[in-house]
Design a protein around this ligand. Structure first.
Ligand SMILES: [Ca+2]
Ligand SMILES: [Ca+2]
Length: 236
């Protein structure tokens, strides 16, 4: 029991440490550029959960091929490099829903961009919706990258969502017919539709610490008291 607890505590501390390190790398001093946009001094939190991924085929029935069809590649900070597929293609009219466990997306109270989508390759339009509960969705317009720049910023205040609106989910739906309708017929490689490298939020609020964390904290206190008691006994 005590070993198992210790192991879990160690693992939780490691996870917490990893989170802090991940946050630190995005907000460390020095230049921080993602997808051609300068985020220096702006903490950005990236999606950490895949809720659903439903790519749709091109007009010839071809789906994004292996390597471009991994929704987990859209989690975390932008990491696309031309030598590897670090993105998820939506296919023609397909969708991807991502979530944020630790932070809410909020409005900023001004025109600053709050939600960021990083779309690589040929710029392809997608509709963007946000949700608190995966049931009700709110449109925040259509997003399309500028040529040569993957980052697309959205000001959700301009859609009526301010600092007291809290969202946990983002849904991206490829605009079918925006550009590519078919995969290349000359190669087997298929990555039609918007290609999502990452989704980040820059206007955020912390998600309240779950009960489990407080239980963990109490258990940690008990554990440390137990250790002290053992040490005291050892001195007797
Ligand atoms: Ca804003
Ligand atoms: Ca990626």
């Amino acid at each position: 029991m005590s070993y198992s607890f210790h192991k879990n505590a160690h693992s939780a501390i490691k996870t917490l440490g990893a989170c802090l390190i991940a946050f630190g790398s995005a907000s460390a001093s020095g230049s921080v550029v993602y997808g051609g946009e300068d985020f220096t001094g702006i903490p950005v939190y990236f999606a950490d959960t895949v809720v659903s991924y439903d790519p749709l085929p091109d007009i010839n029935g071809k789906l994004p091929n292996a390597g471009s069809d991994n929704p987990k590649a859209a989690l975390g900070a932008p990491d696309y490099v031309s030598s590897g597929p670090f993105y998820a293609s939506l296919g023609v009219g397909g969708s991807l829903v991502l979530g944020f466990k630790d932070r809410y997306l909020t409005g900023s109270g001004n025109a600053n961009k709050d939600l960021w989508i990083f779309e690589i390759g040929l710029p392809e339009a997608m509709t963007v919706e946000i949700s608190k509960d995966l049931n009700e969705w709110f449109s925040v317009g259509e997003a399309k990258a500028s040529s040569g720049k993957a980052a697309i910023g959205i000001d959700i205040d301009s859609y009526g969502y301010g600092p007291s609106a809290f969202f946990s989910y983002v849904r991206l739906i490829d605009v079918a017919g925006d550009s590519e309708l078919r995969c290349s017929t000359s190669t087997d490689y298929c990555f039609v539709g918007a290609d999502i490298d990452a989704v980040g939020i820059a206007s955020t609020a912390p998600v309240p610490v779950p009960t489990a964390f407080w239980l963990f904290g109490s258990a940690l206190t008990l554990f440390s008291l137990f250790g002290k008691r053992k040490a005291d006994l050892a001195r007797i």
